[in-house]
Design a binder for this molecule. Structure first.
Ligand code: 21W
Length: 252
């Protein structure tokens, strides 16, 4: 799977391509992250990419032309290589909330292009003419689209077959089963007077599985009751789960 990223800060993407699981996926050619510096497609001598907003107000707006020229160069390169461009996505605070479900959809599209905004906004006419979908990574403010784009690509790259080993295969991840993860422990058995729960030391696999399921349900009920309802709607809760949830409700 190929990603093309339009950005004013291409060097930032080494955080994704040089390290850990995503770095290895790039080395093994399971994915590629190609950056396009919008600044390289400015025609004026000052290399201007932004200007003041019509109607006034604070902050600068990214101009449509340099962005569109970058996109044209990218599409020409795709054509030269015989590649399908695929959907064009912009990271934006106004976007639809990104989720594991959207990550799964994206990994099935094939290639994806990502537009990273900086400054206060991007000229709406560029968005109307070129952008297929707008995605946000949550209700908080960051300084530009680069870190959100990397978060999205990380989530998608993990879903490419062969990227994760069988051990940490993606379908064991929290959210894949619709619930938060249970607590984990490793050596030593006692750390600063805190012991590992007895059940995990007993080697009784069915009991351990039940304990973990209940801790998942308990934590999700407390912190993310919205996910309990979603898991129920998706048929991910069995009769034992429902009984345990009822016991949590009466304990409140
Ligand atoms: C943040 C640009 C805030 C402009 C209403 C009117 C991409 C992002 C971004 C940024 C503003 C994402 C305002 C979660 C994010 C991103 C840069 C507007 C004031 N509000 N997901 N004017 N959060 N952020 N600020 O910030 O480009 S995906």
């Amino acid at each position: 799977m190929r990603f093309d990223v339009l950005t004013l800060f291409p060097e930032m993407f080494s955080a994704l391509t040089a390290w850990g699981v995503t770095g290895r996926a790039c080395e093994h050619k399971l994915t590629s992250v190609n950056t396009w510096n919008i600044r390289d497609f400015c025609t004026d001598s000052r290399k201007t990419v932004d200007d003041r907003a019509y109607g006034g107000g604070p902050g600068m707006v990214m101009m449509a032309k340099p962005l569109e020229d970058t996109l044209l160069a990218m599409k020409a390169e795709h054509k030269r290589l015989g590649l399908e461009t695929g959907p064009i996505c912009m990271l934006s605070p106004q976007g639809k909330p990104f989720s594991q479900k959207i990550a799964k959809d994206i990994v099935n599209y094939g290639n994806l292009s990502l537009i990273c905004g900086r400054y206060e906004a991007v000229d709406q006419r560029f968005i109307e003419r070129n952008v297929d979908l707008e995605l946000s990574i949550g209700d908080f403010v960051v300084s530009g689209g680069e870190i959100p784009a990397m978060a999205l690509m990380d989530a998608v790259i993990r879903l490419i077959p062969g990227v994760l080993g069988d051990d940490d295969s993606a379908d064991q991840d929290s959210f894949m089963n619709g619930l938060l993860d249970y607590p984990h422990y490793t050596r030593p058995e006692v750390y600063e007077n805190l012991s590992v729960p007895d059940v995990l030391l007993g080697g009784h696999h069915a009991k351990i599985a039940d304990w973990r399921r209940q801790r998942s349900l308990e934590l999700t009920f407390k912190r993310r009751p919205d996910l309990i309802n979603l898991a129920r709607e998706n048929g991910l809760l069995n009769q034992d789960d429902e009984l345990f949830i009822s016991s949590l409700q009466s304990a409140r």
